[in-house]
Design a protein around this ligand. Structure first.
Ligand SMILES: Cc1cc2nc3c(=O)[nH]c(=O)nc-3n(C[C@H](O)[C@H](O)[C@H](O)COP(=O)(O)OP(=O)(O)OC[C@H]3O[C@@H](n4cnc5c(N)ncnc54)[C@H](O)[C@@H]3O)c2cc1C
Length: 423
């Protein structure tokens, strides 16, 4: 059987950070991922709304790591693990491969949660993968194209959007839909943002949440807080508020951005190692990021839960580096991971954002938007992608174009890679 010093599973933020850190000590590793790209998820909404082209936020992981002579990148879905023999099984094009690892770093992320209403998955558009973004983009292009020649009533129906979940993604999508309609298509749209908590951007809270709500409302987004979606039918969404009052909202397009669920490999790993999970299926890992009693298995990022750290890219990246540092003996085995929180940011619309560095230092408005721009440029992978993104942002934010809509590609279908394949 094949052997690798380290196997990294996943090419997202956590997996890539771990791989780069391992390479610093010249440690050979095999990186297995079910998707060929390294996806910059925070900008998925810009692909969906035509600001950016998909390749600008999803370069092939193989090309990202092309200078790492230690890297052996493989496309495949990890479907089983035998933690006692230190063997993982992955499937590529229907063929099963087994590989023995010295250490394993699992970073397989999380998927969307529908809070027990899995039927909502078929009725809504998600924003988790690059195909999700392309699907939503195709839908947006379709409804605006059809609305252009439709009568007033049909137009109203076609251009009705409901966005579920007012975290950063929901706020960004809602704000961007309004902007797209006004500045690019010159059409009236209805956009409702539905949030179960009492405020938008709950992790920001206070003045920043208030500011975000006011900005969205000012741009014409209907913001419904303390409100839950109870049903979704073709063309309409039923919501219920805290007082129990139900209401139906017209919605040709429903975007779901509420909650995450770790399934797939997280579940396989939990069953194999006996590690406990939280209600969202995230692994309750040890402080040093190892899993259950296995000192050679690390799990990081969105598939895990530790000390209430948020499911955000900086956590995944710092955890990836921490696990790699223990493996390359730059940190002692057992060293607890400590998250360095550099703050959070969310865009509301063009030239409007909120930034929270800590409880005392916050920014809002234009200055926050430029901070957001700088940080995202810094973290986008690859010089050419950064250059292309700046060009696209100039076209979309200074001009009124949407270069992402020019991307010529067949629209993806709704079929997704199965989360779990029988072991
Ligand atoms: C729309 C959206 C917007 C976001 N905005 C922000 C933001 O503004 N700021 C922020 O900090 N965070 C944001 N996040 C969260 C951030 O993207 C995640 O916290 C981060 O991606 C987690 O990294 P990860 O490595 O754990 O997982 P991911 O980046 O999701 O990577 C998971 C990887 O595992 C692979 N994989 C999955 N299952 C298998 C398997 N069985 N076998 C092999 N490979 C597998 C996938 O193909 C993928 O490559 C956003 C997320 C989304 C979806």
């Amino acid at each position: 059987m094949e052997h690798a010093d380290v196997v990294v599973v996943g090419s997202g933020f956590g997996g890539l950070a771990a791989a780069k850190q391992l390479a610093k000590s010249g440690i050979n590793y095999v990186l297995i991922s079910s998707t060929p790209e390294h996806l910059f998820q925070p900008l998925l909404y810009q692909v969906a709304t035509g600001v950016l082209a998909s390749h600008e936020i999803a370069p092939p992981i193989e090309s990202v790591l092309r200078r790492h002579k230690e890297a052996d990148v493989r496309l495949g879905q990890v479907v089983a693990i035998d933690p006692d023999r230190a063997v993982v099984t992955y499937v590529t094009d229907g063929v099963r491969h087994r590989i023995r690892y010295g250490s394993l770093i699992a970073a397989t992320g999380a998927s969307q949660s529908y809070f027990g209403r899995d039927d909502f998955a078929e009725k809504t558009f998600a924003l988790k993968t690059i195909d999700d973004a392309k699907l939503l983009r195709a839908q947006i292009e379709r409804v605006f194209a059809e609305a252009a020649t439709a009568d007033a009533e049909t137009k109203r129906r076609l251009l009705s959007f409901v966005v579920v979940g007012a975290g950063a993604t929901g706020v960004e999508v809602a704000g961007q839909l309004k902007e797209l309609a006004k500045r690019h298509y010159h059409q009236e749209v209805s956009v409702s943002l539905v949030e179960g908590a009492g405020e938008v951007l709950p992790p920001f809270g206070g003045g920043l949440s208030e500011y975000a709500k006011k900005s969205l409302t000012g741009s014409g987004v209907e913001v419904l807080v303390d409100t839950f979606v109870t049903d979704i039918e073709p063309g309409k969404v039923t919501v219920k508020d805290k007082a129990g009052v139900e209401r139906k909202i017209a919605a040709e397009t429903v975007v779901w951005s509420a909650g995450v669920q770790a399934g797939g490999f997280a579940q396989i790993l939990a069953e194999a190692t006996g590690v406990e999970t939280d209600r969202a299926g995230r692994l309750l890992i040890n402080p040093d990021l190892t899993v259950a009693g296995y000192a050679d298995i690390y799990a990081i990022g969105d598939m895990t839960s530790l000390n209430g750290y948020p499911g955000q890219s900086p956590v995944a990246m710092q955890e990836g580096r921490h696990a790699a540092d223990i493996i390359r003996r730059k940190k002692l085995p057992g060293t607890p991971f400590k998250y360095w929180d550099k703050g959070s940011m969310a865009v509301i619309s063009r030239f409007s954002a909120v930034v929270k560095l800590n409880d005392r230092i916050t920014f809002r408005g234009v200055i926050a938007w430029f901070m957001w721009l700088a940080v995202h440029l810094l973290y986008l992978v690859g010089f050419r992608n950064r250059f292309a993104a700046v060009a696209s942002w100039l076209i979309a934010f200074i001009g009124t174009g949407r270069p992402g809509f020019d991307e010529v590609e067949p629209a993806p279908t709704r079929a997704r890679v199965p989360e779990k394949v029988a072991a």
